[in-house]
Ligand binder design. Structure first.
Ligand code: SF4
Length: 365
């Protein structure tokens, strides 16, 4: 008997929390504390995450859940839903990339990118408003840090992208998720891990853990924590430099976590998890694209199960991407050194949705 349903006051003194912030177990607990049984939590979870509903009052729920929603969700009640406002949407000329500018409840804006190639759809989400890492070639890094996103604000980006995809064609599915939008995911560890537990849950959004990539510029303690906690996601490490000096010139965070510390952490991660690490290398003309650098990189990564993704720099901040000849020579040396090495396809450049180009600005028309 749901004794407590209705006893919680309509207006609570507690700060409001987003239902999208809650993992499944937490949602079960919240409802159980109000006397609502677990099977109602399953129904609510499916409505929120599988269906992506935003108007719970209009949903058909059985009695106890309907009462709980009426009493607990909405203006002045304990819970709200994360529903970022779409400020702008830009499509690439090939129509395969869409960049969304989304406004959060406190007015901060973030960017989310939906990419669809070869019938597979990937969403690239932001994990912070701005970024504290300050990578010199990155538009987000130049904005500075504003704040961490909550789990619900990360989940809501995926729900938004999926809603758009379903509008285009209800049969299409979001297959992959990359955390390569605004912010450093491992600087916002707890929120990221909670969001990913929501996003990968099979009764809800259901993107498989092996289809999820966390990208980091090298937050060493969090890489070790991922290993220790045996998190099932893919790890992508942005390296960009083969010596301390080369890397420090591009990635200021390496003054805190040196290249040596980062490589040590990657070795530990590989040994503990048995997983391959994806190393991202932004090719910048005259900075990190020489044959000598490629040879040093081979030595640096020796013994690590590594795949190297080469990314010709997207135009931003006065740096230029490598010529294709230099890039291919670089790739040849890495492959010769025994590492799988591919070029990341450049997507969404004409709408500034490529790597390092996100800065949460509305376009000027
Ligand atoms: S590249 Fe990533 S970590 Fe570096 S400043 Fe940009 S968003 Fe932050």
């Amino acid at each position: 008997m749901p004794l407590l349903v209705g006893l919680h006051s309509f207006v609570s003194d507690l700060p409001q929390k987003s239902l999208h912030d809650l993992g499944f177990a937490e949602l079960v607990e919240v409802l159980a504390a109000d006397g609502v049984k677990a099977h109602h939590a399953k129904a609510l979870w499916r409505t929120l995450h599988r269906d992506g509903a935003l108007d719970l009052a209009a949903c058909e729920f059985s009695g106890p859940l309907k009462r709980w929603v009426e009493n607990s969700v909405g203006e002045g009640r304990r819970f709200f839903l994360d529903e970022p406002e779409l400020v702008d949407e830009i499509r690439s000329t090939d129509g395969l990339t869409r960049k969304f500018l989304l406004r959060l409840r406190d007015g901060q804006t973030i960017e989310t990118v939906l990419m669809g190639y070869d019938g597979r759809h990937t969403v690239c989400v932001s994990t912070q408003a701005g970024c504290a890492m300050g990578c010199v070639f990155c538009a987000t890094g130049q904005m500075g840090f504003v704040r961490h996103l909550r789990p619900g604000e990360i989940v809501a980006q995926v729900l938004h992208a999926r809603r758009v995809l379903r509008t285009i064609d209800p049969k299409r599915h979001l297959r992959n998720l990359v955390m390569m939008g605004m912010g450093e995911p491992l600087h916002n560890y707890d929120a990221v891990i909670t969001a990913l537990s929501v996003i990968s849950e099979v009764r809800g959004i259901g993107i498989g853990p092996s289809k999820i990539a966390i990208s980091t510029v090298g937050v060493v303690p969090s890489i070790l924590r991922l290993a220790d906690e045996q998190r099932p996601y893919r790890l992508a490490v942005s390296l960009h430099g083969s010596t301390e000096e080369e890397r420090a010139a591009l990635v200021p965070a390496s003054k805190r976590w040196s290249l040596a510390m980062l490589i040590d952490a990657c070795r530990t991660y590989g040994q503990v998890t048995g997983k391959r690490i994806f190393f991202e290398w932004t090719l910048i003309a005259g900075k990190n694209d020489s044959p000598e650098t490629a040879h040093r990189l081979v030595e640096l990564l020796r013994g690590i199960d590594a795949h190297i993704n080469l990314i010709p720099l997207n135009p931003t901040g006065g740096f230029a991407g490598s010529e294709s000849l230099a890039g291919h020579e670089f790739q040849k040396i890495l492959i010769g050194g025994g590492f799988p090495c591919t070029f990341r396809q450049r997507r969404g450049i004409d709408v500034a949705a490529g790597c390092g180009m996100l800065k949460a600005e509305k376009r000027t028309r």
